[in-house]
Structures are given as C-alpha cells and as structure tokens.
Design a protein. Structure first.
Length: 217
C-alpha cells in the first residue's frame, strides 16, 4: 500500500478527493499525515474528521524558510512516506528540502505547464486570450513548476469564462487526476526515478493526456 504525506495550506479539496478515492477503494494508499503551514487551514479539519494524523506547523513561528523546511523535513522523515503530495501547498520549498526527497514530491499546478508557472494562472490565461487551459501534475524540482510533467488535463476557455469559472473547471479535473496518478504509482505502472518518469516501463517524453471519459492516457 502506498503511504502518503499530504502538504496543504488551505481548504484541502484535493486532499478530500484523495481521501474519497481511498474510501471508495479506487486508490490503494494510506495518508499517514496531513501537514499544514497554516494552523487555521480547513484541510486539517478534514483530516481529523477521517482519523488522519493532522499536524500544524506554523511557518510564522520560524525565523527563516530554511528553519521551517528543516523542521518539516524532520517531521516527514519520521513518517517515512512513499510520496509527498502537494495539495494546495502555498509555500516555495527550499532546494535542500526538495533534493532530500527527490523524486518523491508531486505537485498539481493549474496551468498547462510550461505555461504560467507561479500564481494567477487563470487570469493570465484569460489575459492572453488562450483557447484552452488546464491542469498539470509534475515531479517537484528546485526550479519552480519546472519538474517533469507526468500528465495534463485540458478544457476549452469559453467567452463567458472568468478566473473563478476557470478555477472551478480546473478543480474538477484536479480531483480526478490526482487520485488516478497516485493509483498508478501504487500499481507500479508509474515509476519515478532520479533520471526519468516511466509509465508502463516506457519513459515519458511528453505529458500523458488525461482523457476525462476513460481516465487513461
């Protein structure tokens, strides 16, 4: 069974999708802990409601990013998860932290990477009059949102869309894609190595395409 630590900063909707997939026997995994850098994050409540170890590690109580990340690293080392899942975690991780756990950190990003790394992705897609937008799941590397992309889901940008509606569309994809990718890892269909990402024993050179109707590349 795949063991997960989930890092959050907010409401934890992707966390809930992962919990639901586990409860529905669609994901052969266990969340050993949920850690938030914000003590008031609702995702901690979600975790406690499901009997999951919930840890609040307030970044404001640390003098530097490195000190916070060092404490976070120690917490995760004690838990020994197979995968660290970033699910709405709104802090940039230090290079030392990422290198310590590489390639076992995954992130879900609301854009079709390499487009729109960083924040405000939905508004940037609108400002550039993009015809499509989407979501990417990637391996985390020290360079922000630049790690190998595993899979992308796409949807059209309609004339009536604003940043809120694009966010809602993105969330619907995220909540299906994250549990699927984690299940692939649990099944050993998807393997993360120091040099490459393999799906069904073939190196991924282009992101897999999430087909919303069949949940397959």
């Amino acid at each position: 069974m795949l063991s997960l630590v989930v890092l959050i900063s907010g409401s934890g909707s992707n966390l809930q999708a992962i919990i639901d997939a586990i409860d529905d026997n669609q994901l052969d995994a266990e969340i050993v802990a949920v850690i938030s850098n914000r003590p008031d994050a609702y995702g901690l409540t979600r975790a406690r409601q499901h009997g999951i170890h919930a840890i609040s590690l307030d970044h404001k109580q640390f003098e530097s990013r490195d000190q916070f990340d060092q404490q976070l690293q120690q917490q995760i080392d004690q838990l020994q998860p197979d995968i660290i899942v970033l699910a709405g975690y709104m802090r940039i991780l230090s290079s030392h932290f990422i290198e310590h756990f590489f390639p076992r950190i995954l992130n879900i990003h609301p854009s079709l990477l390499p487009k729109y790394q960083g924040l405000h992705t939905h508004q940037r897609a609108l400002d550039n009059n993009d015809s499509e937008h989407g979501v990417s799941i990637h391996v985390v590397t020290p360079e922000l949102d630049a790690g190998p992309v595993i899979i992308q889901g796409r949807f059209p940008v309609e004339a009536s869309d604003d940043s809120n509606s694009l966010q809602q569309k993105a969330h619907k994809l995220e909540h299906r894609m994250y549990p699927l990718v984690l299940q692939w890892i649990a099944q050993q269909r998807l393997r993360l190595t120091n040099n490459s990402v393999l799906f069904d024993n073939e190196i991924i050179t282009q992101p897999l395409f999430f087909n919303d109707s069949v949940d397959a590349p």
